[in-house]
Write a protein that binds this ligand. Sequence first.
Ligand SMILES: Cc1cc2nc3c(=O)[nH]c(=O)nc-3n(C[C@H](O)[C@H](O)[C@H](O)COP(=O)(O)O)c2cc1C
Length: 173
Amino acid sequence: MPYLNLEQVAKRFDPLPVALTIADPGQTDLPLIYSNSAFSALTGYAQHEVLNRNCRFLQGDLDNTSARRTVRDALAAAKPAQATFDNLRKDGSSLTTLLYLEPLHDRAGNLVYVVGSQFELHPKVSAAEVDRHSNQFVDGIGDLLALNENLRAVTQRSLARSALATVKLWLET
Ligand SMILES: Cc1cc2nc3c(=O)[nH]c(=O)nc-3n(C[C@H](O)[C@H](O)[C@H](O)COP(=O)(O)O)c2cc1C
């Protein structure tokens, strides 16, 4: 450690059109150590307001029991996850997202980061939008791995399929 130079991360990810966050599993309660401008645009929170906090604060008092369990189980097994969350923006308005999470390991297999991306869901969300976001997330993970050759991820292009299935389920409920 440190595996990632956060200045390099910012240079690469601040201009991205998709929300991106990185949490540190080595610290108590999985705090965010990075968030990009698209995340601020989506949630209304400036970076300094979210760093060092667990991202669950976006849930307020909303019930996300099932999504939280999905995420907790995946993280305990150090596996990727996707789940839909009901969140609140800083101005109090509702924000529903499909959260993508990807654990990053070092060469020895230790979990060293969890990368997240928040995709806003709305009743007219299209398969093409989900596909585009999934691919941008996979590209972002690829860029992170390129910043440090000791990092490993498991996500593949096929994650677009499972993201689409999760969104379809959300649209039906
Ligand atoms: C990188 C990262 C980004 C996250 N982003 C969000 C988010 O945007 N909204 C949200 O409700 N939860 C988010 N989470 C999930 C929560 O931080 C937490 O893991 C989840 O609520 C399950 O744990 P809990 O039951 O202890 O709250 C994120 C987690 C990580 C690791």
